[in-house]
Design a protein around this ligand. Sequence first.
Ligand code: HEC
Length: 194
Amino acid sequence: MKIDVEKSLIWTATGAFVFFSVGAVLTTVVPPIVDKTLWTSEYAVHEYTEQELRGIEIYKNEGCVYCHTQQIRQLDSDRRRYGWRLVQAPESESWEYVNDKQHFLGTKRTGPDLARVGGKYSSEWHYAHFKNPRDMGEKFPDRKGLYEKASIMPSFAYLSDEEIRDLTAYIQTLGRNKNWRVDEDGTPLNDYEE
Ligand code: HEC
């Protein structure tokens, strides 16, 4: 008996399910089998302190992920954009995230990627930036309230000082599992701030 596949609901549904399952298996079941670095690391990975864990909660609750990603892609433009002192930022690799219980890789870059921001600024800078981002950058007072080159991020001044300290402690850990920030004389600057 000839089956008219196109008109059969059962065949269409079964076909769609099979195709969907192939995709699901290839993207969820297969990667951990072939790539062990998804949950173990042969390199040292920073263990979060209590304070940094509180910072992660704040990062999550404040929705930083809506504007910021945390992944340096394998693109020249990403490496250059998030590099430092002409050193290109190394791309993100799965082992760097093994101690993260929640991931903030994100998809929307309203603001810059934060995967390598740890150590870029001092903790005082972050404090001032969260309190009033417009303070960070150059202002042109003669332009009557218009700012130029100042950070356009929304203010998080409503967070308590302690919350900002916790959040900053977490931000300072980002991307520092790869020891890539070096001083002018080549000394690695991978000291986590207290
Ligand atoms: C509405 C979007 C938005 C949200 C939400 C947001 N940011 Fe931002 N953020 C930005 C933008 C845009 C910039 C770039 C500002 C500029 O330089 O003009 C920025 C810049 C930054 C920078 C400096 C990055 C660099 O390399 O210079 C840090 C750090 C940062 N944000 C952290 C956070 C954290 C932590 C949160 C959550 C508490 C957060 N942001 C929430 C939009 C956002």
